[in-house]
Design a protein around this ligand. Sequence first.
Ligand SMILES: [Zn+2]
Length: 292
Amino acid sequence: MNGKESGPVLLLAAGTHGDEYPSMFALQRLAKELNPKQLKGTLIILHLANLDGFHERLLALNPKDNKNLNREFPGSKQGTHTEQIAELLTREFIRKADFFIDMHSGSANQKLLDHVYSPYIGEPELDAFTFEFAKAIGMKHIIMYGDRPNDPDNSISFPNTAMTRGKPGLTTEIGHLGLRDEESINYAHTVAKNALYFLNMLSGSPIQTQPATIYRQVNYPKSNFTGFFTPLVTIGDKVSATTPVGEITNYFGDLVQTITAGANGTVLMINETPPIKQGESPVAIGLVKKAN
Ligand SMILES: [Zn+2]
């Protein structure tokens, strides 16, 4: 959508993972209600990046090659189906955008506290502006994220493909459990509009709820066994290092491990379905201060 006046190019994408629905509906709604006469700059809406994953109801993967689109960037024209999608998104979408938000949800097996990842790649000006962008979209929980490489030829994720090309790229996580609830759709819609306000593409001010909690690190306690997982806490719960967060039982129902949080923090994500494999983490604990 080209605005009447010139301005930045904002890319908003949903469905990088096909089982994460609320932002798909939010972007459909946004596209229908916006009037180019009131818009400055250009808004690019990518309604559903992983169409095959959506139709096959897969958690995060593309059924054509069983790859996770958000791990295959910048992609390759000669690669598998997912790598080719990544290459197209890099060339035709990221290259043309100045700012990017990749809008996700918890997977259909997860409960998740709505949050935004504010990445940093060691470029002070870009990192600082990206953090301002993350704060402006009005989410209550911000995770600082510095785990991705700063090499544009090995950018791995969709938002990091933007970051490694000098463009702020956020990831939002809104909604969970394969739901399409109105509350999550509304929230994603507000977040998208806040981005337009912050970039002065629409006149108005971002709707700020309250100062966000900033997490500097995320702890992922792992299961040592394969079997069943049962959560003992839920999203938003405050835990200490020794708080039991879940139990692992074997196929016969015998307790084999009690998983503890491992750090003082807040439960950001937890699996709600039973299957668990050895080495998998069924829970994410957000830490306000970095543990050494
Ligand atoms: Zn996702």
